[in-house]
Design a binder for this molecule. Structure first.
Ligand code: NZQ
Ligand code: ZN
Length: 386
């Protein structure tokens, strides 16, 4: 097992009604709150009104309109608000997009230059405002991790900042807030959780037995409850298990003793940077193609292990078992209603080569991924799903 550090300082408050603790918890930081939210779902669901009533004693400055795949201009706007209103704490209400935007704003609030510079040089990220989260979609794990992914429309880049100062201080995870999610977002979120686990599970280290078994449990949870959440949006058991799976899926627990660069996410991030598609949808299209492309003598044992432990496929021919495991995964994505090709989400073949180059340039995919991928490899994967 590789050495690791595991220190996740986020206070998770999970379950029905946990939002009631917010007024007391925010008091620790001060009275000036930047409320960050998206395109309006929280107003439709009544969560906004609930928060405004709960936080009646606070000075609330609002930053609405955070877009899915948050853009650097929104970060600049939020940074100005923090500086102008002397903000003490940021309250992100939404999913990965609002939380990621809040993380970036939190450190840009202490920076004198342009916020995009922090993405290009993380050493400039020295301090951050505290962040509280009310989670309304389970997918990214951003509620309990130190990463944030921000897009720059001018440069077609979607890049990550990461650092210990970016962990949310507290995250309220109430599965009932997931009831109003559109089917497409429920499905895309489930794919995202699964993909996070794959990225950490499909790594060369075979000695992290415990971490691998935990990863398989999270995968089984997603496969077990994913369709139920679609068909019965108010099924608390399904929603709560998926919500906890999303947090565990990317809070560093499943990478303990393992490590290595991710494979499918860097490719998807380029797709969503160029075409603004939903993150989980891009992952659903790419994942089976990536799996088939990297299946070889060096990787087959792990793919067969995945098939056996997650899908109970016991075929003695390990290539056959691996292929069946991949097929099961693909069928599950299909049942979730995910598209299978880039053309279905409006991506034609004019920029495939350019995007393949960008995926390699902006990540460790060519040197540190499970199966090293150069531009030609990424292009072949994209061609396979065009
Ligand atoms: O904007 P509103 O109106 O709120 O609607 C949102 C949005 O359109 C809607 N929604 C959320 N909760 C809802 C709801 N609609 C009805 N009822 C609810 N309860 O869902 C849409 C998607 O929201 P978003 O926050 O974009 O989804 P998600 O959590 O999937 O976040 C995606 C972003 O996170 C990044 C992705 O790349 C993408 O930019 N990621 C962040 C990661 C991290 N920080 O660790 C890791 C991930 O791999 C990922 O890259
Ligand atoms: Zn993801």
């Amino acid at each position: 097992m590789n050495n690791f550090t595991f220190h996740v300082p986020t206070d998770i408050r999970f379950g029905k009604g946990q939002i009631e603790c917010l007024p007391k918890e925010l008091e620790k930081y001060g009275k000036n709150v930047l409320l960050v939210y998206g395109g309006g779902s929280i107003k439709k669901t009544g969560l906004y009104d609930k928060l405004i009533a709960l936080l009646a004693d606070y000075n609330i400055v609002e930053l609405p309109g955070i877009e899915p795949n948050p853009k650097i201009d929104s970060i600049r706007k939020g940074t100005q608000l923090c500086k102008k209103h002397n903000i003490d704490v940021i309250l992100a209400v939404g999913g990965g997009s609002c939380i990621d935007a809040s993380k970036h704003i939190a450190c840009a609030a202490y920076y004198v230059g342009d916020a995009w510079e922090l993405v290009l040089d993380r050493s400039k990220m020295t301090r951050a405002l505290p962040i509280a989260v009310v989670l309304t979609i389970c997918a990214t794990g951003s509620e309990m991790n130190s990463g944030a992914v921000i897009s720059n429309e001018e440069t077609h880049e979607k890049l990550e900042i990461n650092g210990d100062i970016l962990y949310p201080a507290i995250s309220i995870c109430d599965p009932e807030y997931l009831y109003t999610l559109p089917k497409g977002q429920t499905a895309a979120g489930t794919v995202d959780i699964i993909s996070h686990v794959f990225e950490q599970y499909f790594q060369p280290n075979d000695e992290a037995y415990l971490t691998d078994r935990m990863a398989e449990s999270v995968l089984k949870t997603c496969f077990h409850y994913g369709l139920t959440a679609l068909e019965e949006p108010e099924n608390y058991e399904a929603r709560s298990n998926l919500m906890w799976a999303s947090t565990i899926g990317l809070n560093h627990l499943l990478t303990a003793g393992k490590g290595g660069a991710w494979s499918v996410h860097p490719i998807e991030h380029v797709l969503s940077a160029y075409y603004d598609i939903t993150h989980g949808v891009g992952l659903a299209i790419l994942t089976p193609a990536w799996m088939r492309y990297v299946l070889c003598d060096r990787t087959v044992d792990r793919f067969a292990m995945y098939a056996k432990n997650v899908w109970e496929i016991n075929d003695e021919d390990k290539y056959k078992a691996a292929a069946l495991g991949i097929e099961k995964t693909e069928i599950f994505f299909e049942k979730l209603g995910m598209p299978k090709t880039l053309s279905e989400v409006g991506i034609d073949d004019t920029k495939l080569k350019e995007m393949a180059g960008e995926a390699v340039r902006t990540s460790g995919i060519a040197e540190r991924a499970y199966y090293h991928l150069n531009t030609e490899d990424v292009l072949a994967i994209l061609e396979a799903v065009k």
